[in-house]
Design a protein around this ligand. Sequence first.
Ligand SMILES: C[S@@+](CC[C@H](N)C(=O)[O-])C[C@H]1O[C@@H](n2cnc3c(N)ncnc32)[C@H](O)[C@@H]1O
Length: 324
Amino acid sequence: MSDDASKAMSLEECTVEKRVDVSASGEAPEGSPTLSKRQRKKLLKHQKWEEERDLRKQKRKERKQQRRLDRPSDETGEGTTNSRKRLRRDVAASSLRLVVDCSFDELMLLKDVRKLHRQIQRCYAENRRAPHPVQFYLTSLGGQLKQNMDDHDKGWVNWKDITIKTEHYMEVVGKEELVYLTSDSPNVLAKLDPAKAYVIGGLVDHNHHKGITFERAKELGIDHAQLPLSSFVKMNSRKVLAVNHVFEIILAYLEKGNWRDAFFTVLPPRKGAVAVGEGDQAAQDSDSDSSEHQAPDSTTDTTAPPEGNYVEASHTAKEEETQP
Ligand SMILES: C[S@@+](CC[C@H](N)C(=O)[O-])C[C@H]1O[C@@H](n2cnc3c(N)ncnc32)[C@H](O)[C@@H]1O
């Protein structure tokens, strides 16, 4: 019970008892009211409670301090800070923009829209706790996806460090700064350019719309590239990744500074990802399941050749310029 509440209660009890006392005697007391033994006891107790207020405050402080000291140490060994606080304090945001293009809403069934929603939630959470968060954009938000967000996660309107637009990404970012990430591109990303805006197709399609993002990028005349998966990873599954995996790989690359570590940090072990040059078993196995189903586990199919055109993101060549 709070101090104020207890004070209010004991005073109220005194008042009630006093009223009983007065009406029982049949006449109002002259001068100060006489208190019953019980009332005096309560009053004394209340006075003691008031006197000890500072002492209690001090004790609470000490207990809090002790709890802080007892908390397990975080990865930095700093001991007295929890990891979320540590990460937010050590954050060095990247200028790189990562756009999730939600313009494919009408191509998806509601169950896949829900999966996309979960993948976006995952992207948001990972970006918030990343040591080098990207400038996160959601564009063309509307239709079923927005409805699902409104229905199941009203808190999205308060999301921080994200730019959410109903407009298409072409209206939000300059054409020259855009690079569409798509596994069907013959261009292979060599490194990331912090001045660029990389676009991820907001689509869960179980490969029913194979090549759609590549075709869109070509139609719009914007740069495109695939992640350099084949150069670093042999997988026993298909190589079209889910939105959150692509997003997380970019975050991991910004943190670790190389693709190999980024891929192996993010790709689910059950996909049998092994480093190129570390045995062929995974590449020979086949696995047709699509991990678009779940945010944390999301690979699908690709036909992109390992020997694609390697391009620097800063000058990602258009397909017609880089085709052999
Ligand atoms: C589930 S995939 C959608 C596949 C869709 N059929 C398409 O044509 O893009 C979700 C998005 O992740 C990105 N993505 C997936 N795998 C990729 C890869 N290997 N390289 C680059 N981007 C990839 C693409 O932006 C893609 O649109």
